[in-house]
Design a protein around this ligand. Structure first.
Ligand code: BEZ
Length: 256
């Protein structure tokens, strides 16, 4: 999912491009949905709902869903599918005791202040409510990040001082959740090499702008082709590309 904050520096979204290059993100959200286990009649907030693909799956269970999505292109795509969407950043409050569950898939790693977002989720839940999420975890896309750094420095360009993504270890995320008042009921780091339907070029075109936005346009093709070359170990015997994804999946309850 594109994430529930204003896009990271240099990152812009296109709902069409996202579906083409990263539509697998929603299809792989199934395990997180199982952990959410939505019930008919529940009110669920989907934090970083993107184009609404997973929100529609939740609605099929009889739960009501509000999407939270700051990107106008994604929010419009979700609304076009009939979803109610709060078009805002998750760092701003998004409810007070209003929801039975806050759900998030592949969005929390975009948050520049995860503690604030977790606190907002806690406030948005009723007592006894739950936060269920999957995001990139420790080691996620480490090869891709290393290759981007290698290509940028190798070609004499600066690298961002701080990476755009937050990929915590389970222990660190559990500490954050408990500090906000949650009781963690499950948390696990899950390596999940993931096939890329449009190759590493499609992935970089969709997600790598935070690493490339500072470059003059003419410098970009060389950085991209050097990054691809450095990443050749991510190709399988058929030539297909895989991303070195590692998921952090957790459920946490707001005590009664
Ligand atoms: C992810 O889903 O793991 C991811 C997506 C975009 C950028 C970085 C990581």
């Amino acid at each position: 999912m594109p994430g529930a904050q204003a896009p990271a520096a240099g990152q812009a979204w296109s709902a069409d491009g996202y579906v083409r290059h990263a539509g697998f993100v929603s299809s792989l959200g199934q395990d997180a949905l199982v952990l959410l286990n939505p019930q008919a009649g529940e009110d669920v907030l989907d934090l970083g709902c993107g184009d609404g693909t997973l929100a529609l799956r939740i609605i099929e269970t009889g739960a009501a869903v509000t999407g939270l999505e700051p990107d106008p292109s994604m929010a419009a795509a979700a609304r076009a599918r009939g979803l109610r969407v709060l078009e805002q950043d998750a760092h701003a409050p998004f409810g007070d005791g209003a929801y039975d569950a806050v759900f998030s898939n592949a969005a929390l790693h975009w948050m520049r202040d995860p503690e604030q977002v977790i606190a907002n989720a806690h406030t948005a839940l009723r007592p006894g409510g739950r936060l269920v999420a999957e995001q990139g975890g420790f080691g996620n896309v480490a090869a891709v990040v290393t290759a981007l750094h290698g290509a940028l420095t190798g070609l004499g360009h600066a690298t961002p001082e701080r990476g755009p993504w937050d990929f915590p270890r389970p222990e660190a995320q559990q500490d954050r959740l408990e500090a906000a008042g949650f009781t963690v009921t499950s948390i696990a780091l899950i390596p999940r090499p993931t096939p890329l339907p449009t190759g590493i070029a499609g992935w970089l075109a969709t997600f790598a702008d935070p690493y490339l936005a500072h470059l003059p346009a003419a410098a970009r093709p060389d950085v991209l082709s050097r990054t691809e070359a450095l990443l050749s170990p991510l190709r399988d015997h058929t030539g297909g590309w895989w991303a070195d994804y590692v998921r952090l999946r957790f459920a946490a309850a707001k005590p009664d």
